[in-house]
Design a binder for this molecule. Structure first.
Ligand SMILES: [Zn+2]
Length: 291
């Protein structure tokens, strides 16, 4: 039996998931290193969930240093097939105001210092990423977010920047000119790695403030942002609970077969060491039986 089916990756302000029963904490090692924190396993609404705070408990890890591959691999090893990611973001448009929630449908990658694939080292893989989020999970997340009474946007383009500094005004205006609606630092490479691991991935993005393009930005204080994050964390917990309750057993989305026509290298040419490391992610495609 798998340990968990739903993985929850908590962002800034969301370091713990209350309300779990049968709680167990598990320190996991993966071929891609140690995750941000031990994973908390528990039962929520009758479903087995695994919770992992992206920045570690106490917020110790900057976005560049988050062990994204280890985090996704640890959830995969526990049996997780669907990941709900909680992200704090700034707004690039007037209508998405602080305290609003966005379930984005698109991503723009402006990260520069992160390993964004499980593959390489003797195996070439190109997964489709035109739709970076799971369509089924997005719909469930949108419904769950709306039920909290929050103002919810069911789509949006999320720019993921490297950070840890916030953007300059010129960058902020450039992102707006690209048609992006929100900016943050963490949904990538998570979403890419989840796709490579054939897991569903959705981002529930909490708007904490307007990014610096906005005339009111000058009056934004860290205190206000933290206050919004803490209020957001309560809403995030209730969203996660509804998602666990309403998630259908079986997946009807294409995420679970993302690798089926994406691996370019014949299995017999893949180095043994690479195969061993990739066993939890792509073992079923790289076995010698498929040569
Ligand atoms: Zn999916």
């Amino acid at each position: 039996m798998r340990d968990a089916e739903i993985g929850i990756i908590g962002g800034s302000g969301f370091y713990q998931l209350e309300g779990l029963s049968d709680v167990e904490e598990r320190a996991i090692e993966t071929p891609f290193g140690t995750p941000s924190d031990p994973v908390v396993l528990g039962t929520l609404e009758g479903r087995r969930v695994a919770f992992l705070p992206r920045h570690g408990r106490g917020h110790r890890i900057i976005p560049t240093e988050v062990p994204y591959r280890a985090n996704i691999c640890a959830l995969k090893l526990l049996g997780v097939t669907r990941i709900v990611s909680i992200n704090a973001v700034g707004s690039l448009c007037e209508e998405m105001a602080p305290m609003d929630i966005v379930v984005p449908d698109q991503l723009i990658d402006r990260t520069r210092r992160r390993i964004s694939t499980f593959f390489g080292e003797g195996v070439v893989v190109h997964v489709g990423f035109a739709e970076p989020f799971c369509p089924e999970l997005r719909e469930i997340a949108r419904t769950a977010a709306t039920a909290t009474g929050a103002n919810v946007y069911g789509r949006g383009t999320y720019v993921v920047m490297e950070g840890p500094q916030f953007s300059t005004k010129a960058e902020s205006l450039m992102y707006r000119s690209w048609g992006a609606e929100i900016v943050g630092m963490t949904a990538l490479p998570e979403a890419k790695l989840a796709r490579e691991a054939e897991m569903c991935y959705v981002s529930v993005a909490f708007v904490t403030d307007y990014d610096c393009w906005h005339p009111t930005h000058e009056s934004v204080t860290t205190e206000m942002i933290i206050g919004n994050l803490l209020k957001g964390a309560e809403t995030a917990r209730s969203i996660v609970r509804s998602i666990a309750r309403d998630m259908p057993e079986d997946r009807i989305c294409p995420c679970g077969s993302a690798l089926s026509d994406a691996i370019m290298t014949p299995a017999h040419l893949v180095p043994e060491e690479t195969k061993r490391r990739l066993a939890p992610i792509a073992g079923r495609y790289l076995s010698d039986a498929r040569q």
